[in-house]
Design a protein around this ligand. Structure first.
Ligand SMILES: *[C@@H]1O[C@H](CO)[C@@H](O)[C@H](O)[C@H]1NC(C)=O
Ligand SMILES: *[C@@H]1O[C@H](CO)[C@@H](O)[C@H](O)[C@H]1NC(C)=O
Ligand SMILES: *[C@@H]1O[C@H](CO)[C@@H](O)[C@H](O)[C@H]1NC(C)=O
Ligand SMILES: *[C@@H]1O[C@H](CO)[C@@H](O)[C@H](O)[C@H]1NC(C)=O
Ligand SMILES: *[C@@H]1O[C@H](CO)[C@@H](O)[C@H](O)[C@H]1NC(C)=O
Ligand SMILES: *[C@@H]1O[C@H](CO)[C@@H](O)[C@H](O)[C@H]1NC(C)=O
Ligand SMILES: *[C@@H]1O[C@H](CO)[C@@H](O)[C@H](O)[C@H]1NC(C)=O
Ligand SMILES: *[C@@H]1O[C@H](CO)[C@@H](O)[C@H](O)[C@H]1NC(C)=O
Length: 504
């Protein structure tokens, strides 16, 4: 029995944190709202009981190779197949896909995985509350001003805006079930004999994602004839509340001097470069609508959101209003937001990920957490809430927080600062793009490997199945470093980053 008992989430889990940013006031500036990423809005929604649960169910497995062309992200028995020419370029709104890896993601020959930790984003969701208000108003305006719709735009005259806010869609729940199944199968030698220790940030969609992931994991174990480990669902998990009152390494609200405004400024520059041509085309097809470049982004956002709102991921009409060049430009727009808003390009972005990295070091080495940033020392000093002797860990969080953490680990330290005026492909950015790093249901795996040819354990990191060669620790051709060297390379985190600047 491996003690996932304590801290089971009570069915009636209530949110106590009610930070005030970006929820009620629909006329507040869009940038403010986007900075808040609507992360707080749901707390109120959930408290109001507006939790939408779609109760359909279908079983899928997991897809490894590039999906075929199809007009829906449909279920093939292995996972969701979306049109890769379009759906792989939706920034953080791309449904998870297996990113091509220059280094084989399989466990290297002669090695056994002795430790695996996943850090996962929640699955696909509806727009955040602030965005859903913006989209609804925009469509109402279009429908009340436009009298003649161009070819491909006629669906708009009949379109009823009905997206919800903040919660996982059924598609998003299923992504997380798939992810749990995949984790079980990838790490079978470990998962057969032990269960993951699970933590989740407190927002409902994240908690539900963790639940769906554990459901998938449990389901895969039940189907595994070679295990007799007793396994009862639901698994326990540590829920850490979100909001600036809490130390939480899975949701960083504690660094008050930090801001994602630099991300918005970078995006604004790129928007002026790529969007006017698109806006002109939309306006020509929607005479009277007088759309702005920001409205064009909203129209583009409506493609992924309507697609993931469909249980089968049927490609929305909005997707067909744009071609693949347009989607590449959109993807880059989202990448700029992440890089300068939360990643290496942000002065305090990497610092906000420091607490999590110090927790990772503790787990990898089996030694107590040493951190003076956003860890909660009460939680991290107790074996009930922060055990150090597990082989499997699963943490659930958000895209922005994961972007902070990747930056604190220095995973994209080889990436040149992103140009605001010229699009750079994910290859050119050394693997950094919003859709390659933090799509819906994104996942980072950190593995420890015991290999015959080395006395010391090795560490490897994969982000969405792409091996990310480690930095500054004597990396080998398989992207690995020895554990000691890896820990040494994380001096930025061990030294607390620029935490002192968080409260200036
Ligand atoms: C939108 O709603 C109207 C009124 O309820 C209905 O007549 C119309 O068929 C709906 N359109 C679509 C595309 O479902
Ligand atoms: C996801 O989890 C929620 C909450 O536990 C549950 O209601 C829902 O049915 C699950 N979805 C799937 C696809 O299993
Ligand atoms: C730390 O965690 C403990 C135990 O859950 C909780 O009571 C306390 O409020 C947390 N403190 C902060 C600052 O987050
Ligand atoms: C992109 O814009 C941001 C925000 O204004 C700026 O800090 C950054 O230096 C710009 N990047 C480049 C490569 O010029
Ligand atoms: C179109 O919008 C711009 C501002 O975005 C405004 O200055 C202009 O007057 C509008 N034109 C019409 C015809 O409404
Ligand atoms: C929460 O973080 C602050 C700032 O780093 C720190 O001073 C405080 O001791 C932490 N609280 C807990 C319970 O860890
Ligand atoms: C990544 O770059 C930052 C900034 O130069 C540095 O502080 C950090 O140590 C680097 N991380 C790694 C793992 O090399
Ligand atoms: C890997 O595990 C197998 C089976 O437990 C064992 O026989 C083998 O020696 C291990 N290899 C290494 C490099 O630890």
């Amino acid at each position: 029995m491996d003690g996932l008992r304590a801290w089971a989430a009570p069915a009636s889990y209530k949110y106590t944190a009610l930070p005030e940013r970006g929820s009620r006031d629909a006329v507040r500036t869009r940038r403010d709202k986007e900075q808040a990423d609507g992360n707080r809005a749901i707390i109120k929604l959930a408290a109001a009981g507006l939790v939408i649960v779609v109760a359909l169910y279908f079983v899928v497995g997991y897809m490894k190779s590039d999906p075929p062309q199809s007009d829906s992200c449909d279920d093939s028995g292995h996972g969701f197949h979306c049109r890769p020419d379009i759906s792989h370029f939706w920034g953080q709104y791309s449904p998870f896909y297996s990113v091509k890896s220059d280094i084989s993601p399989s466990t290297p020959k002669g090695c056994n995985v002795t430790f695996a930790q996943v850090l996962s984003r929640h699955g696909a969701r509806d727009p955040t509350l602030s965005k859903t208000v913006i989209y609804g108003a925009l469509l109402a305006r279009v429908q009340s001003t436009v009298t003649h719709y161009g070819k491909d735009f006629t669906f708009l005259s009949e379109y009823n805006y009905s997206l919800g806010a903040d919660q996982l869609t059924h598609f998003g729940q299923q992504e997380m079930v798939n992810s749990g199944i995949h984790f079980y199968n990838r790490y079978k030698d470990l998962t057969r004999n032990s269960s993951p220790f699970v933590r989740s940030a407190g927002q409902y969609r994240v908690v539900e994602s963790a639940q769906n992931w554990t459901q998938g994991f449990h389901q895969a174990r039940l189907a595994d004839k070679h295990t007799d480990l007793p396994d009862t669902y639901p698994y326990g998990m540590v829920l850490i509340p979100e909001g600036s009152a809490f130390n939480n390494t899975l949701s960083h609200d504690l660094c008050s001097a930090s801001s994602s405004a630099k991300g918005s400024s970078a995006q604004a520059v790129w928007l002026d470069v790529f969007a006017p041509r698109l806006t002109e085309r939309l306006n020509a097809n929607l005479p009277g609508a007088n759309l702005t470049n920001s409205d064009t982004i909203a129209f583009m956002d409506l493609c992924p959101f309507n697609t993931v709102a469909n249980a089968d991921g049927k490609l929305s009409h909005f997707c067909k209003l744009f071609d693949s060049d347009d989607w590449h430009a959109y993807d880059y727009y989202q990448s700029l937001g992440k890089w300068y808003g939360f990643g290496n390009g942000n002065p305090l972005g990497p610092t906000k990920g420091v607490g999590y990295v110090n927790e990772l070091i503790a787990r990898l080495t089996g030694e107590a957490v040493v951190d003076h940033t956003n860890t909660n020392s009460t939680l991290d000093s107790s074996p009930e809430t922060f055990p150090l002797d597990r082989a499997l860990y699963a943490d659930f969080s958000h895209d922005n927080d994961m972007s902070n953490i990747f930056a604190a680990m220095g995973l994209y330290n080889e990436t040149e600062p992103l140009s605001n005026t010229t699009k750079v492909s994910p290859k050119g950015t050394k693997g950094f793009s919003a859709s390659w790093t933090v799509p819906f249901a994104a996942r980072m795996y950190v593995e420890k490997l015991s290999c015959g040819d080395s006395d010391e354990e090795m560490v490897r990191v994969l982000i969405n199945d792409r091996v990310i060669p480690l930095q500054n620790c004597g990396v080998d051709e398989l992207g690995r470093c020895e554990l000691g060297n890896f820990v040494d390379s994380l001096s930025f985190a061990r030294d607390g980053g620029h935490w002192d600047k968080c409260f200036e």
